[in-house]
Design a protein around this ligand. Structure first.
Ligand code: NDP
Length: 340
């Protein structure tokens, strides 16, 4: 498989290039950056043969099969659609787009072109998240009634750039809540049907600044409720998923640079769940994507999963703005079970 990178990004450098190179016969052949200089430096640093300062140049490069889109969020939809129209399979970063219609257009374009579109909700390949899903589906918790997710930390100074810009598609909802919404859909094998959210008022909003903190509640189609906290502004928040069932509860936790953990709580007490050795998330995500192209299984999260998580983030923002609970398209019966 020959890959092109749309975006000379940090996430490609720290996760996806390794993921591609871990697959037998796969390689990264070219990168696109708007800046010829940055693209050339990036290509040199990461051992990539070609760099282009136009997306068209990357897409015209002979023999590219798949494109990984990891530019800033505002660029995902247009770049992914261009790649899909050029007949490339696309793994796109989250959020797929800034507007639902654009994300839906991406899914439709992939279907029309007969190529695969996947969303990088790689957290599904976190062994703690997978084990949580397995325990829940095996009935270990009894009926799941409630859940809580938190993705709350202090965004380091060097990352306080486009991630907080409305125009670039930054903010806690589009950056963080999309992941947690997807993880809930995946772990509970259920759809989110409505959202109510709020943001703290700190009196420092300006025109282009996105929310740094958003919290709220979600209702799931089969009954459970969930609360969430997504924050770029609270250094002591942590990254946890709690699921509470009739007979037991579990907590999956992540911390930078450390393996994830999963703890099961029953009347007998707390018990750590032994997690299998697993490849790095980027390696597992690329393996699943490439297998899907060969007709084996599905990508870790497909385009429709990306549409669903984006819908939740946009609904949360709307709810925070208007103060009312926002129903999601799934509530009108257009949802589908979360893919595995
Ligand atoms: P980066 O800030 O590293 O890169 C994003 C874009 O910004 C690049 O494509 C590049 O575009 C431009 N850029 C990079 N460096 C510079 C620079 N020094 N000066 C000016 N522009 C620069 O972003 P991330 O890697 O953090 O995130 C990229 C995407 O991946 C986002 O959509 C994000 O939401 C997603 N992401 C997903 C994660 C996941 O778990 N799935 C985790 C982290 C991020 P160009 O060179 O064309 O100007």
């Amino acid at each position: 498989m020959r890959w092109g990178l749309a975006g000379a990004s940090e996430i490609a450098a720290t996760s996806i290039i390794q993921g591609i190179r871990a697959q037998a016969g796969s390689r990264v052949v070219a990168v696109h950056s708007r800046s010829a200089q940055r693209g050339a430096d990036y290509a040199r640093r990461h051992g990539i043969e070609h760099s282009y300062d136009s997306l068209a140049g990357l897409l015209d490069h002979p023999g590219i099969d798949a494109v990984y889109v990891s530019t800033t969020n505002d660029r995902h939809a247009a770049e992914a659609i261009a790649a899909l129209r050029a007949g490339k399979h696309v793994l796109c970063e989250k959020p797929l787009a800034l507007e639902l219609a654009d994300a839906e257009a991406m899914v439709a374009t992939a279907a029309a072109a007969g190529v695969v579109l996947a969303t990088n909700h790689g957290r599904r390949n976190d062994p703690a998240v997978r084990a949580a899903r397995d325990l829940i589906s095996a009935g270990t918790l009894g009926t799941p009634l409630a859940a809580h997710t938190s993705a709350a930390f202090l965004l380091p100074e060097q990352l306080r750039t486009w991630r907080l810009s409305g125009a670039a598609g930054g903010g806690a909802a589009l950056d963080l809540l999309v992941h947690d919404a997807d993880t809930l859909r995946f772990v509970l094998a259920d759809e989110i049907v409505s959202v109510q959210a709020a943001t703290p008022s700190r009196g420092e909003e300006d025109g282009d600044r996105s929310e740094e903190v958003i919290a709220g509640t979600l209702s799931m189609a089969r009954g459970p409720v969930a609360s969430f906290l997504c924050s770029f502004a609270t250094p002591h928040g942590g990254s946890n998923l709690d699921v509470f069932g009739e007979s037991a509860a579990l907590r999956a936790s992540r911390a930078p640079g450390r393996p994830s953990t999963l703890v099961l709580r029953t009347t007998a007490g707390e018990e750590p769940v032994l997690l299998p050795d697993a490849p790095p998330i980027g390696v597992a995500t690329i393996a699943a994507f490439e297998a899907a192209l060969r007709g084996h299984g599905r990508p870790t999260a497909d385009g429709e999963d990306g549409v669903a998580s984006l819908a939740v983030a946009l609904a949360a923002r709307e709810s925070a703005r208007t103060g009312v609970r926002v129903p999601l398209p799934a509530a009108q019966g257009t949802g589908r079970p979360a893919s595995s």
